[in-house]
Design a protein around this ligand. Structure first.
Ligand code: NAP
Length: 482
């Protein structure tokens, strides 16, 4: 039996135990993972910073976010209502046929394969949102380590294994698997895998999606891939807020050397204010010192993407950068007319790094055309005065079709981890726009509803017992009750 087949056997055995555990067991386990990661802080922060080239301050923040989201899921599991319990009591008197007793709730799927991201060595990696939401739902995880931060990944994996030991969870609850593309493909194709979660490139995510759809039994793939996160700036708003809008935009574009999935790589500005706005943005970008990117491969890809775009005669370059320093990603900015943008698909592609295309538009009608043609995005942002927003509902209505999160203030970078967050938009930003990879709804990806009909009381799970021992919110005979 191959090593991976063996890992799946262990994961499956673990699953049969995990799915019978109480909310209390699972909560304690998640809390212990958070504690173990915090205990590692002193060694983990410098290691993640070294392997990712990200500053220690950023990694410190990311560690806080990572343990914060683990505790969010611990709280979610402890509270228990996420399982969407619904009870329809029987009615033996109903005519012409008696009504059966049906009780439905979400149950864990089984072993889940998680691919971590290079740009978040902690929060979207080994103990990141995908792993933790799968564990929270009761699924064992086979984690494919990202080669960009191997030691960080091993350290976090060890922390999870320690938590497994302390909480006496079954051995196959979490497994850390190292290898390349072949390993990733074998994991996704294995018959015991029940779902895949991924964050990374469109190419990688799409390849895994295709593999999983070609399986004898296809499985869901929750891949979070590329996005250019357009910001649409309306005229009156820009005339009132030119300076602050330029500063906010420039800061967001260069945050983390532009290596965020929510990086705003497209900005639409009205022709009337384009010159003043672009000159402000350029002067802000010129003050940004070039910083190292995650790894040489990502930096090389950044410069190659800029070189490919430079072939286009439609783009006017406002700020250029040279690929003369290994690892360093300097900001870069190009300009195009909206009518030209509409005719060139390449202007919609994600360039991973601090690069943006400024699209100059003539009218709202042109923006409506853009909204129709725009590919699926994680986020879309509209900066407008309240009069402009309420007067352009057709545009907003079209734009809503294209994104998972619609912002009317601030910038898309900085994804709040909470109950209402939606981090996942229409294809190709993700492979399943009905799901999120950030926030508590992420747990639902790894569960499926089961209806239990006329089940004897002794067999009912606590969530479905009449006395509601967990005091969770349930829909009972059509009414929400706790
Ligand atoms: P990636 O190349 O997609 O790799 C992510 C993970 O998936 C790695 O573990 C990789 O394994 C695996 N993988 C890639 N292709 C695969 C395939 N065909 N079959 C099975 N497994 C596969 O992403 P990355 O290394 O993090 O960054 C590369 C590019 O992805 C960036 O330049 C950027 O464009 C994009 N990116 C996007 C986001 C986002 O949030 N949307 C985040 C990070 C990066 P191996 O590395 O071992 O081959």
């Amino acid at each position: 039996m191959s090593k991976i087949a063996n890992s799946f056997q262990e994961a499956q055995q673990a699953f049969l135990i995990l799915k019978q555990q109480s909310n209390r067991d699972r909560t304690t386990f998640l809390e212990e993972i958070a504690n173990q990661i915090e205990l590692l802080k002193e060694e983990l922060i410098p290691m993640a910073a070294k392997e990712s080239n990200l500053p220690e301050g950023r990694i410190t923040g990311e560690l806080g976010r990572t343990v914060g989201q683990i505790r969010l899921f611990a709280g979610l599991v402890k509270e228990g209502s996420w399982v969407e319990a619904v009870i329809d009591h029987e009615d033996s008197e109903r005519k012409p046929v008696p009504k059966p007793d049906i009780r439905r709730m979400l149950r864990p799927l089984g072993p889940v394969v998680v691919f971590g991201a290079s740009n978040f060595p902690l929060a979207f990696s080994t103990a990141g949102g995908d792993t933790i939401s799968a564990l929270a739902s009761g699924c064992p995880v086979l984690y494919k380590a990202h080669p960009a931060h191997p030691e960080t990944s091993r350290m976090v994996a060890k922390a999870i294994q320690t938590a497994v030991g302390i909480c006496q969870m079954p051995e196959g609850t979490f497994q850390h698997i190292e290898g390349g593309i072949d390993t990733g493909q074998e994991l996704a194709a294995h018959p015991l895998a029940k779902a895949v979660a991924f964050t990374g490139s469109f190419k990688g995510g799409k390849a895994l999606f295709d593999t999983c759809n070609k399986r004898e039994i296809p499985i869901p793939v929750y891949a979070e891939m590329g996005s250019v996160n357009p910001i649409f700036v309306l005229e009156a708003y820009l005339s009132e807020n030119l300076e602050s809008a330029a500063t906010a935009y420039a800061n967001s574009l260069v945050l983390g050397v532009g290596q965020f999935c929510t990086n705003p790589g497209l900005i639409f500005v009205p022709k009337s204010h384009e010159a003043a706005f672009s000159s402000q943005v350029i002067s802000q970008l010129k003050t940004v010192a070039g910083a190292p990117m995650l790894h040489e491969g990502i930096c090389k890809t950044y410069h190659e993407a800029l070189k490919n775009l430079a072939i286009s005669e439609k783009l006017e370059w406002l700020l250029t950068t040279e690929a003369n320093q290994l690892l360093i990603g300097n900001p870069s900015l190009a300009k195009v007319k909206a009518s030209d943008w509409l005719n060139e698909e390449a202007f919609q592609e994600e360039v991973f790094g601090p690069f943006a295309i400024m699209v100059v538009y003539d009218s709202i009608a042109e923006l409506e055309e853009v909204a129709v043609q725009l590919k699926g995005q994680l986020t879309c942002t509209v900066w407008g005065t309240s009069t402009e927003l309420s007067g352009n509902k057709t545009f907003l209505n079209l734009l809503e079709e294209r994104c998972g999160r619609l912002l009317f203030k601030g910038v898309p970078t900085g994804v709040e981890v909470g109950h209402a967050m939606q981090h996942g938009g229409p294809y190709p930003s993700t492979t399943d726009s009905r799901s999120t990879s950030v926030g508590s709804f992420a747990i639902k990806r790894f569960a499926r509803p089961i209806a239990y009909q006329d089940t004897p009381e002794v067999l009912l799970l606590e969530e479905l017992k009449d006395e509601n021992p967990l005091q969770i919110l349930r829909k009972v005979d059509g009414e929400y009750l706790r």
